[in-house]
Design a protein around this ligand. Structure first.
Ligand code: BDR
Ligand code: CA
Length: 359
C-alpha cells in the first residue's frame, strides 16, 4: 500500500478525498494536515472585488478535518494537524461562495467539534502543528511518503524549506491545482494555486516527482444525478427509481448526500455546472489508480507577477524552454494528467462509501 499524507482544506471535495484516502485499499493514510483557504485578488482589483463572501478560516478547515475523520470512522491513529493560517506572502481575502458557511455548508449529520469522540482525536494529535507533524511523519516513515495536496501548498512549502533533507523521503506530490489555459477564480488562475502562488512555485521546484491534477481533468469528474441516485439507493437495491427523499439511507449516505447536494447547488449557481466536479478526490485516486489517467511531463511554473494572470500555472506545452528530464528548477518538473476514466472514478467513490458504511 502507498503511504499517503493528505494536506487539505475541507471543503466538500476535500472531504471526499479524505473518505477515499481512508477506504481505497491501495492507500495507507498516515496523517492529515489542514491549511486556511484564502482568495487573493490582485491589488488593482481590490477596490472592485467579485461578489464573493468569505470561504473559511484555519480553525474551520482543521475542525472540519477532525469531524470528518470521526464521521468516516477513521482508525484512531489517523489524526489531523492544524497548519498555515495565512499564505507565505500574499494579502488574503476569504471566499465562501463555493463551500458555504464554515467550509462544509449544507452538510448534515457531522458531530460537533466539541463532541467527546471528536475531542479524543484532537488530543491524539498532542498539540502538534502541521509542519511539525509532517516532519515527524517523514522522518519516521520506512521508505517514502506521498503527499496528496488538495488546498493551498503553504504547509508543504514551509516543511521542505525548513527541513530540506526530508525531500529525500518524498515518493511524489500529487496535487489538485492549476489549469492549462483555464481558471476558476480568475480567467486563468485556479483557486488552490491562486491562494498561495509562491508556495506552489516552491513546491514545483522541489526535485521530486509532482503530479498535477488540473481543472481541465477535474471538470470532467462530475457527480451527476445518476451517481447521486446510486449513492443513496445502493444500500437498498429494491429502492431503485423511487423518490430519493423517501429512500431509507444510512447516516453516512445522508451526510454525503447533503454534502454533494450543497456542492451541486453552488456549482450550478456560480458556474452553471450540472453536477459538481469532485476535484480533490481525483488527486487521491491518482495515487491508487494511475492507470485510469493519461499524463505527460511538462515544465510548469506559476505566474507570480501578472497583471491579469497572477496564480496561473504556465505549462510549456511545446517544450519551448528545452527543459531537461529532472524534476527540479531546470527540468520538466510536473507530470500533467490530461484525461481520466470518469465512470471508473465514480465507481471507486461508490465502492469506498459501501466499505465505509459497513464500519
Ligand atoms: C479547489 O478549490 C477548492 O474550492 C476545492 O476544494 C478544490 O481543492 C478547486 O479549484
Ligand atoms: Ca480543496
Amino acid at each position: 500500500r502507498k503511504k499517503v499524507w493528505l494536506d487539505c482544506d475541507p471543503g466538500h471535495d476535500d472531504a471526499i478525498a479524505l473518505l477515499m484516502g481512508l477506504y481505497l485499499p491501495q492507500i495507507d493514510l498516515i496523517g492529515v494536515s489542514t491549511a486556511r483557504t484564502l482568495l487573493l485578488y490582485p491589488p488593482q482589483r481590490a477596490a472592485h472585488p467579485p461578489q464573493v463572501f468569505g470561504n473559511t478560516n484555519a480553525t474551520d478547515t482543521y475542525q472540519n478535518a477532525v469531524r470528518l475523520l470521526h464521521a468516516f470512522a477513521a482508525p484512531a491513529h489517523v489524526t489531523a494537524f492544524p497548519g498555515a493560517v495565512k499564505p507565505l506572502i500574499r494579502v488574503a481575502r476569504i471566499d465562501a461562495e463555493i463551500h458555504g458557511a464554515h467550509g462544509l455548508g449544507g452538510t448534515e449529520g457531522l458531530a460537533p467539534f466539541e463532541h467527546p469522540e471528536v475531542q479524543k482525536r484532537v488530543h491524539a494529535a498532542g498539540g502538534k502543528g502541521a509542519v511539525e507533524a509532517m516532519a515527524a511523519a517523514f522522518s519516521a516513515v520506512e521508505g517514502k511518503l506521498t503527499i496528496v495536496s488538495t488546498g493551498p501548498m503553504t504547509n508543504s512549502a514551509a516543511l521542505f524549506s525548513a527541513f530540506p533533507h526530508l525531500v529525500g523521503k518524498v515518493e511524489q506530490i500529487v496535487f489538485m491545482g492549476g489549469g492549462v489555459g483555464l481558471g476558476n477564480r480568475s480567467p486563468v488562475a485556479e483557486y488552490n494555486i491562486l491562494c498561495d502562488p509562491e508556495a506552489a512555485q516552491i513546491v514545483f521546484d522541489l526535485p521530486v516527482p509532482k503530479v498535477m491534477v488540473p481543472l481541465n481533468v477535474t471538470h470532467t469528474a462530475i457527480f451527476d444525478e445518476d451517481a447521486v441516485t446510486q449513492l443513496v439507493t445502493r444500500a437498498h437495491p429494491s429502492a431503485h427509481k423511487v423518490q430519493l427523499s423517501s429512500v431509507p439511507t444510512s447516516p453516512l449516505r445522508h451526510t454525503l448526500y447533503t454534502l454533494i447536494h450543497f456542492f451541486a447547488s453552488t456549482y450550478k449557481a456560480v458556474f452553471n455546472f450540472d453536477g459538481p466536479p469532485i476535484h480533490d478526490a481525483v488527486a487521491m485516486v491518482y495515487v491508487a489508480h494511475p492507470e485510469l489517467f493519461e499524463a505527460k511531463r511538462y515544465r510548469v511554473d506559476v505566474e507570480l507577477a501578472g497583471l491579469h494572470t497572477a496564480g496561473e500555472t504556465v505549462v510549456d506545452l511545446w517544450d519551448y524552454r528545452k527543459c531537461d528530464d529532472t524534476w527540479g528548477p531546470t527540468g520538466k518538473n510536473v507530470l500533467l494528467t490530461e484525461k481520466l476514466d470518469v465512470p471508473k472514478f465514480i465507481d471507486l467513490f461508490l465502492e469506498c462509501v459501501d466499505k465505509a458504511d459497513k464500519v
